[in-house]
Write a protein that binds this ligand. Structure first.
Ligand code: DOR
Ligand code: ZN
Length: 400
């Protein structure tokens, strides 16, 4: 498949120029100010912004077992609509993803759909029992596994977490931590996150494992992680659009970790400016209206992530679009070992075309996701996703 992209403002982690891109057999083959080719499919961008497609380090597609909330197809379509061609799925499905069978179910379904690239996490503890690690040893041969996580609950037992880190290190997996101490969840959700973050940073120093801290939301946790990074620990820090875009006094939408205070949002933005934040993960967590009424935590995020982050970070806080591309594409690709995330020859031909000047109003009725659970309904942001391209194929176009 060939595609010629013309007249785009090309932006990635390091570049910003107007030019053309030629994609052949799924990969970027040529990048130049001007490329001429006869008789091939051409996309004229009319000067609009073209970035590497986004990669989400953290999403829940609820498949298998909870597909009334979302399934791999609707989740993938939501991803494409939000500019994503790669996602890392958490393991809190039904059954929990602790086996070869569940891993292969997700991979096969995703391959058949041929919409986006999915990395399915294996659970850290077997069936989230908090203690058993035998499945990790058994699945060590599976080179498609890049990351393991008990996201949704987290690993409470410190010794188990340390052992899991040691196994992860041996297999070159990244271990993704949902930092929430269950002993404190009911008492103080700030302490619950902070205590577990501090523990995981210490265990990462000890084990030398690659640790990815999910949805970091408190100023204290950010400080602990920065300290850990400074002392040489191999830690990456993920923040979410909702912990950037909301404060508790204005909208205390139910999500774990909770929406925090203004000082916490400021700490996240400061850490981004200091180069200490690695990725933006959406924590896309679809639930039905009824489940939300009954208190299920979480919100959908794939279809609103870019516009929220672009508005809050680039427009309002003077963070460069290159930096946003690093957080949404370049670093996630590195962590998940995907041949994506930057615009250079030999990399997957995955792009998102955006109109950065266009204001959009969030309307959950238009979501491709089954989930309508968003606290951003009716809010206006800059940055509209016009098209998403994967391997040189236009997989989503706003006009279709
Ligand atoms: O709010 C949340 N919802 N936080 C999580 O960690 C899990 C997620 C879910 O799966 O619904
Ligand atoms: Zn989580």
């Amino acid at each position: 498949m060939e595609l010629l992209i013309k007249n785009a403002r090309i932006i990635d982690v390091t570049q910003d120029f107007v030019g053309d891109i030629y994609i052949n057999n799924g990969l970027i083959e040529e990048i130049a100010k001007e490329i001429h080719k006869e008789n091939i499919k051409t996309l004229n961008c009319n000067g609009k912004t073209l970035m590497p497609a986004f990669i989400d380090t953290h999403a829940h597609f609820r498949d298998p077992g909870l597909t009334w909330k979302e399934d791999i197809e609707t989740g993938s379509r939501a991803a494409l609509k939000g500019g994503y061609t790669g996602v890392c799925l958490m393991a809190n499905t039904n059954p929990i993803c602790s086996s070869k069978e569940t891993l292969e179910y997700v991979r096969n379904k995703s391959n058949e759909l041929n919409l986006i690239d999915i990395h399915q996490c294996l659970s850290v503890t077997k069936n989230f029992d908090g203690i058993t690690l035998s499945h990790l040893e058994e699945l060590g041969y599976d080179k498609k596994i890049k990351a393991i996580s008990d996201d949704g609950v987290g690993v409470n037992n410190s010794n188990t977490m340390l052992e899991a880190m040691e196994i992860a290190k041996r297999n070159n997996w990244v271990i993704m931590s949902h930092a929430e101490s269950p002993e404190f969840s009911k008492i103080d959700m700030r302490i619950a996150e902070n205590m577990m973050t501090l523990r995981d940073v210490e265990l990462a120093k000890l084990s030398k494992a690659r640790l990815h801290m999910c949805h970091v939301s408190t100023k204290e946790s950010i400080k602990y992680i920065i300290d850990g990074k400074m002392s040489g620990a191999n830690i990456t820090l993920e923040v979410t659009p909702h912990h950037i875009g909301l404060t508790r006094d204005i909208n205390d939408y139910r999500v774990n970790p909770p929406i925090r205070e203004k000082e916490d949002v400021e700490a996240i933005i400061e850490a981004i400016k200091l180069g200490m934040v690695d990725t933006i993960g959406t924590d896309h967590a679809p639930h039905t209206d009824e489940e939300k009424r009954k208190g299920s935590p979480g919100m959908v995020g794939l279809e609103t992530a870019f516009s929220i982050c672009f508005t809050k970070l680039v427009k309002e806080n003077d963070i460069s679009l290159n930096k946003l591309s690093e957080l949404m594409s370049y670093n996630p690709a590195k962590i998940l070992d995907m041949n994506k995330g930057k615009i250079s020859v030999g990399i997957d031909g995955d792009f998102v075309l955006v109109d950065v000047d266009k204001k959009i109003k969030v309307n959950c009725e238009e979501f491709a996701s089954k989930g309508r659970n968003t606290p951003f309904e009716g809010m206006e942001f800059y940055g509209e996703i016009l098209a998403t391209i994967k391997g040189g194929e236009i997989k989503f176009s706003k006009d279709e």
